[in-house]
Design a protein. Structure first.
Length: 620
């Protein structure tokens, strides 16, 4: 039987299984498609007035993916590939958006940049996050350096954490467990455990939220091998957020986070072959910060400030310790002249510090401005500029122009045409400049230019389709060549097409589908699939019972001259949830990789086969 027949059979089988679910009430009704987006402008705009294609992963979407990781959820979105998210829990993650690498993807948590300055690409490790503590995720693709600075070249992933409950005291307990096995070792032993508890509430003007989470995974080796060696992964995290609303115009929040991950990993022998070894990798994160808002007539002054500290320890025959810290300050004034004209003027300051042979650091101070115009006849304009001031590279000017035009229809639908021209600036990392492996202090900064054109058609609340074309030019791309980091001598051009469909063709049935085509004009893109597609069917059997069946296709990927091709693969997953006791208790279960597909995500490293998980969430 061929794979297409297998896939069709599993889809039918999965929908049959779902049909046995009990038909009662579900706390998460299908969300309306007329959503509000924020990240592309920092103002709450109706989607029809946004000039970007924004991916919104809502609270409902997160609740319908309990038991998964942040990287697994983001990996199902169009134009994004998170390499390593299908492997051992301790596997390093590579985040690729529209052909861009980690260094070109910026992560925000509650509106402020997060990154580890000691990482080669100054990236943020998604393994430090727990999906149970996240309220929503917005993703904008394309250059966004005007609003968010260096690194926002191919995408911005904006994560909003959960806030305090409106009640005086609320508690949420969540627990799940399941298998953790490869395609060839289907033993169905329980080897993966996730637990979390959160307490929150509002006492007059004071709000509080504290959460604890832990994860333990066993059963998988990091590297592909013939031995029975298993590599353990464990993580625990603590989050605290305290807020006080002095009056209706002034509020202040302070927060802290500690996360500790420990991974047993595999290394290389004397012939540089990947083998089972007793190596370990430990990663600790400390984050502290505050956010404040002062409202005045027609506007507000907003302050975000954070301090982060990271320590990564590799225990092996070649031990190493990486320590880093950064300070981030972002203060901006939002002003609404009228219902048509919005402005932001702000200052963003960052200091990154890392310890290699010596303490090294750089700082960036950026003034920026952004303007949004929303007309009453369909024209919308989002435009802005930023002056990036780097202590090593001087000043660089970035800007964006993002017009769109919306044709309204009589049934609350619309047709939107949009385009953008944006530039971005990416500084080399401290590791690339001064690190222990191939450092080059003479590296120049990378500059990107992105052009995007597209259209979005919304028939009504039950149907929306978006299509776009993008082209990104990279100058001075930082590459690893001949044992060190160098700037590319020729410009690179990434281009592609993305299509997204959201529809509810019949009551209770929701369908989400997306497709992305991505390629570099001059060369093969390492670990980036040229074609990638996702399909999810969701069905509300009743107000309490929901089920979804998802399919993902990932095309061939180039690796290197030694491993020229990673073959394409398809994954099918099933998810079911059911709530009882007036939505106080939710039970959920998942069956991933139903076909038990044998594939390779990262060369030489294990990938997951068919796996089962079940769990519950109790809300008091």
């Amino acid at each position: 039987m061929n794979k297409k027949t297998n896939v069709l059979g599993v889809l039918c089988f999965g929908m049959s299984l779902i049909g046995f679910a009990q038909q009662q009430v579900d706390s998460t009704k299908v969300e309306q498609l007329d959503e509000v987006v924020i990240t592309d402008s920092r103002f709450a705009l109706k989607r029809e007035n946004s000039g970007k294609s924004v991916i919104k992963i809502s609270k409902v979407d997160i609740e319908r993916n309990q038991g998964r990781t942040v990287s697994e959820l983001i990996n199902a979105q169009s134009g994004i590939e998170i390499n390593g998210s299908r492997s051992n829990a301790g596997q390093n993650l590579g985040v690729y958006a529209r052909g861009g690498r980690n260094r070109q993807v910026l992560v925000l948590i509650d509106g402020i940049q997060v990154s580890d300055p000691s990482q080669i690409n100054i990236e943020y490790d998604f393994r430090l996050l727990n999906l149970n503590q996240i309220e929503s995720i917005e993703i904008i693709k394309g250059a966004a350096s005007t609003l968010y600075g260096s690194g926002a070249a191919s995408a911005v992933i904006s994560i909003t954490t959960k806030k305090a409950d409106a009640k005086k005291i609320s508690a949420v307990f969540s627990s799940s467990f399941g298998t953790n096995q490869t395609e060839s070792d289907q033993n169905y032993n329980i080897a993966d455990f996730n637990n979390s508890v959160a307490l929150s509430g509002t006492l007059n003007k004071f709000t509080y939220r504290t959460a604890f989470s832990n994860q333990f995974s066993d059963g998988l080796s990091a590297a592909i091998s013939d031995t029975n060696e298993k590599d353990v992964y464990s993580k625990y995290g603590i989050d605290i957020n305290l807020g006080y609303k002095f009056n209706k115009d002034f509020s202040l929040n302070v927060y802290g986070n500690f996360t500790d991950t420990n991974s047993e990993i595999d290394g290389f022998d004397s012939n540089f072959s990947l083998v089972d070894t007793p190596d370990e990798f430990n990663n600790e994160q400390y984050r502290f910060g505050l956010s404040s808002k002062f409202k005045y007539r027609n506007g507000s002054i907003n302050l975000n400030a954070a301090y982060s500290e990271y320590e990564r320890v590799f225990i092996s025959n070649f031990p190493s310790i990486f320590k880093s810290e950064n300070y981030v300050l972002d203060i901006y004034n939002k002003y609404v002249f009228n219902k048509m004209f919005y402005t932001i003027i702000g200052l963003n300051a960052i200091e990154n510090k890392a310890i290699f042979a010596n303490d090294v650091r750089f700082n960036i101070i950026d003034p920026y401005a952004n303007f949004v115009y929303v007309s009453d006849f369909g024209l919308n304009i989002n435009a802005g500029a930023r002056l990036n001031n780097h202590n090593e590279y001087g000043s660089h000017f970035t800007y964006n122009l993002n017009p769109s035009f919306t044709f309204k229809s009589n049934n609350d639908g619309y047709t939107k045409l949009f385009g953008s021209f944006s530039t971005s600036f990416i500084t080399p990392s401290l590791s690339q400049l001064f690190g222990n492996f191939g450092a080059n202090p003479d590296l120049g900064p990378e500059e990107n230019r992105t052009i995007e054109v597209g259209t979005e058609f919304k028939l009504n609340d039950n149907f929306r389709v978006t299509g776009l074309f993008f082209n990104r030019e990279e100058k001075n791309t930082v590459l690893w060549l001949n044992g060190g980091y160098l700037n590319a001598t020729e410009d690179l051009h990434a281009r592609g097409v993305e299509v997204e469909v959201n529809t509810t063709p019949i009551e209770k049935l929701s369908i989400t589908a997306n497709y992305a085509f991505t390629e570099y004009k001059e060369s093969l893109a390492r670990r980036i699939p040229k074609h990638k597609a996702n399909l999810q069917l969701g069905y509300d059997f009743s107000k309490t019972t929901f089920a979804s069946l998802s399919y993902q296709y990932t095309h061939d990927r180039f690796e290197n001259s030694f491993v020229p091709l990673l073959e394409s693969f398809s994954l099918v997953n099933l998810y079911v949830s059911h709530t009882v006791l007036k939505n106080k208790i939710k039970f959920f279960g998942g069956l991933d990789n139903i076909l038990n597909e044998d594939y390779e995500d990262v060369p030489g490293y294990v990938t997951k086969g068919r796996n089962v998980r079940i769990g519950f969430q109790l809300t008091l």
